[in-house]
Design a protein around this ligand. Structure first.
Ligand code: SF4
Ligand code: SF4
Length: 373
């Protein structure tokens, strides 16, 4: 396992982190036995970073992580969870949520506690409620070791937040397609220069990069070095200066084993000029053959009118990627469940929740009219 270190605090880590937002499911619930087996297998094979959050799996992810980290596993890992700022109304709420999360996790403290999904609006609220005093109180009480934030907004907002406090870690979205999106490469560079360790989320863009279109497969196959699409996607990140840990939301034991294999690389690998050319061609190809690039995170759900936004967007993009003709048939099935775009009343609740800031209402209209034509 590739080993890394969080700068400033000198905390060792594995380059691969276990993200607990896409755990295996059985009968509509987390498959507890399998999820615990996967997490412990990852830890037994060198993973030392476990990431969860208040809303993952409808609040059940933290409970599962608590169970997985029993029997001596807690001591082997750096544990991170996140404060759901969108639910916080008062300064006291912050400690109240933290206490609830510690109880669910069955631990006395977490290593990193993140303000979750910061954007300009949520950060304004965090400042109004004196988030720095909260972190000071929580650290003094031994409930958290290091303050951190996760982020979904633009580069300017990222720098504003980064420079507002003595953060010990930031979690950003980065992958082959997002070099100039959200925090951007420049944001990661700024964090690196400030000595703030970067944890990366969405390394596979919600699975999009793991299942490339034919043109991208051909590109990869034309390269002198053979790597799987997932390997290429992770390599883009673990060679990036400033990136400490890359979160993978693993759903099966096969994915755990494949990821462990991919991160079993020598220290100090870096990208070649040829690698960079390949990534730029891969990105251009993806951009040309996808529309929404929805990651399937489901933060927009539930829609008050029952519109299944991620199913529509991901179904549409998958059809485009596969050149499978029209999305009409798939859209028809969603319509049969009364979950298609015609039910949308334009309230934009979904757009306020979408970390990718997608123009959801507009995309829904466009896909609807295309599928009705
Ligand atoms: S804008 Fe439409 S799709 Fe979005 S939450 Fe409102 S009704 Fe649902
Ligand atoms: S539309 Fe946005 S919030 Fe909804 S699943 Fe896609 S990326 Fe996530």
């Amino acid at each position: 396992m590739l080993k890394t270190t969080f700068p400033g605090i000198n905390v060792g880590s594995s380059a691969l982190g276990f993200g607990c937002m896409r755990l295996p499911m059985a009968d509509g619930k987390i498959d507890e036995t399998e999820a615990i087996r996967m997490i412990r297998h990852a830890i037994d094979n060198g993973v030392t970073y476990i990431d969860t959050a208040y809303p993952y799996h409808g609040g059940e992810s933290e409970v599962l992580v608590g169970k997985a980290l029993k029997d001596g596993y807690r001591e082997k890992v750096t544990l991170a969870t996140k404060l759901p700022m969108w639910l916080v109304k008062t300064h006291e709420d912050m400690m109240r949520y933290l206490d609830e999360q510690l109880a669910k996790l069955q631990v006395d403290y977490v290593d990193f506690y993140l303000l979750h999904a910061m954007d300009a609006g949520k950060f304004r609220l965090a400042k109004e409620l004196d988030y720095q005093r909260f972190f000071a109180e929580a650290m003094a009480q031994g409930k958290i070791r290091y303050p951190a934030f996760s982020f979904h907004d633009d580069a300017k907002t990222f720098l504003n937040i980064l420079n507002d406090y003595d953060w010990k870690m930031c979690q950003v979205q980065m992958n082959i397609l997002d070099d100039n999106n959200q925090a951007t490469l420049k944001g990661i560079q700024a964090a690196h220069e400030k000595g703030v360790g970067v944890v990366v989320m969405e390394p596979l863009r919600g699975g999009l990069l793991a299942n490339p279109p034919t043109e991208v497969v051909k590109l990869y196959e034309s390269w002198s070095v053979r790597r799987s699409p997932v390997e290429w996607a992770f390599r883009y990140l673990y060679t990036m200066p400033g990136v400490v840990t890359i979160l993978s939301g693993m759903s099966t034991m096969e994915q755990v084993q494949d990821n462990l294999r991919i991160f079993d690389v020598p220290q100090g690998e870096s990208l070649t000029e040829a690698d960079r050319r390949l990534y730029s061609e891969v990105k251009a190809t993806y951009m040309a053959c996808t529309k929404t690039r929805c990651t399937g995170c489901r933060y927009c759900q539930p829609c008050p009118m029952g519109v299944k936004i991620p199913n529509i967007f991901q179904g549409y993009d998958t059809t485009l990627l596969r050149h499978g003709g029209s999305f009409k048939e798939g859209y028809g099935r969603i319509a049969a469940e009364n979950a298609d775009a015609s039910r949308c009343v334009g309230c934009r609740k979904c757009e306020r929740a979408c970390p990718q800031q997608l123009p959801i209402v507009q995309y829904l209209k466009e896909i609807h009219s295309e599928c009705q034509a």
